[in-house]
Design a protein around this ligand. Structure first.
Ligand SMILES: Nc1ncnc2c1ncn2[C@@H]1O[C@H](COP(=O)(O)OP(=O)(O)OP(=O)(O)O)[C@@H](O)[C@H]1O
Ligand SMILES: [Mg+2]
Length: 244
C-alpha cells in the first residue's frame, strides 16, 4: 500500500506525520515498510530519524533502469525501529519536473518489495508530487486548524482532482489541534463540506524530543499523540488488509 502525505502549506507537520506513520505501520503490522522523502532539496526525513544514508532518492531515480527491485532494500539505510529510509539529496533542483515519470516508476517498484510505502510529498503540488499521489492508495492532506490551511485545503482538493487522483483516496488530517482552536472543528467541517478524517493533538514537547533523539514518537513515553498515531496506523493496516 502506498500512503502519501501532502502539506496544505509549509510547516504543518507533513514530515512529522509521514515519519511517524511509517514507524507505526511497521510496529503495528510487522511488515516491510519504507519512507520516501520526495521534497526537493535536502529534505528532513533522514534528519527526523537520525539516519545518514549515502543512497538517496536521486540515486534510485538514476539507477532504477538497471537495478533489480529485490536488491533495493539492501541499499537503503534502516532505522532501529525497522523502517527503511530513502532520503532526499542535497541537490536543490531535484527531483524536478523531468523526474516525474521516474518518481512514479520508483514508487511502483518499491511497492513490489514493501508492504507499506510512505511518501513525504512536501507541501507543493509539483509534477513529482502529483506523480506520487497518482500511484498512492491513500493521500493524506495535512492541515493545521488555521485559515490559510483551510483555504489551501479547498484549492488543493480541486488541484488533486484535476491531477487525476480519485476523491475517495483523499483523507483530511488536522495536525496540531488543541482545546483552544482559532477555528473550531465543527466550523472547519462546515466550511469544507466534509468531515475531518484524523486529528492529532498539538504536543511540541513530544515531537521535539523525538526529533532531537532521531526516534519515532512511539518510542517515547505514552501520551495522547502516541495513542492517536497508533489508532491512525491501525486504521490504515485494516484498510490495507480489507483491500487485499
Ligand atoms: N502534533 C504536533 N504538535 C506540536 N508540534 C508539531 C506537531 N507536528 C509537527 N510539529 C512541529 O511543527 C514543525 C514543523 O513540522 P514538520 O517539519 O513535520 O512540518 P512540514 O510540514 O514537514 O514542514 P516543511 O514544510 O518544512 O517540510 C516542527 O517544529 C515540528 O516539531
Ligand atoms: Mg517537511
Amino acid at each position: 500500500m502506498v500512503v502519501s502525505f501532502l502539506g496544505t502549506k509549509g510547516g504543518t507537520g507533513t514530515t512529522t506525520l509521514a515519519v511517524n506513520c511509517a514507524a507505526e505501520l511497521r510496529r503495528v503490522s510487522g511488515m516491510p515498510t519504507v519512507v520516501v522523502d520526495l521534497k526537493p532539496g535536502t529534505g528532513d526525513v533522514g534528519l527526523f530519524l537520525g539516519v545518514r544514508s549515502k543512497f538517496t532518492l536521486l540515486d534510485l531515480l538514476d539507477q532504477l533502469t538497471w537495478l533489480e527491485p529485490h536488491v533495493i532494500p539492501g541499499m537503503l539505510a534502516r532505522h532501529d525501529c525497522g523502517i527503511d529510509v530513502l532520503p532526499g539529496a542535497a541537490d536543490y533542483g531535484r527531483p524536478g519536473t523531468a523526474d516525474a515519470a521516474d518518481v512514479e516508476h520508483v514508487i511502483d517498484t518499491l511497492r513490489r518489495t514493501y508492504d507499506y510505502v510512505v511518501v513525504d510529498a512536501g507541501s507543493a503540488l509539483s509534477p513529482c508530487s502529483a506523480a506520487a499521489l497518482h500511484v498512492s492508495d491513500e493521500v493524506h492532506f495535512v492541515a493545521n486548524p488555521d485559515l490559510p490551511c483551510l483555504r489551501n485545503l479547498q484549492r488543493l482538493r480541486d488541484l488533486v482532482r484535476l491531477a487525476g487522483v480519485p476523491e475517495d483516496r483523499v483523507r483530511y488530517v488536522l495536525n496540531r489541534t488543541s482545546d483552544m482552536e482559532v477555528v473550531p472543528l465543527r466550523e472547519i467541517e462546515v466550511a469544507l463540506g466534509r468531515h475531518i478524517d484524523h486529528r492529532f493533538t498539538s504536543d511540541y514537547r513530544t515531537v521535539a524530543a523525538a526529533l532531537n533523539a532521531g526516534v519515532p514518537v512511539s518510542t517515547l513515553r505514552p501520551g495522547a499523540l502516541r495513542a492517536e498515531l497508533d489508532t491512525f496506523a491501525r486504521a490504515i493496516v485494516s484498510r490495507a488488509l480489507a483491500a487485499a
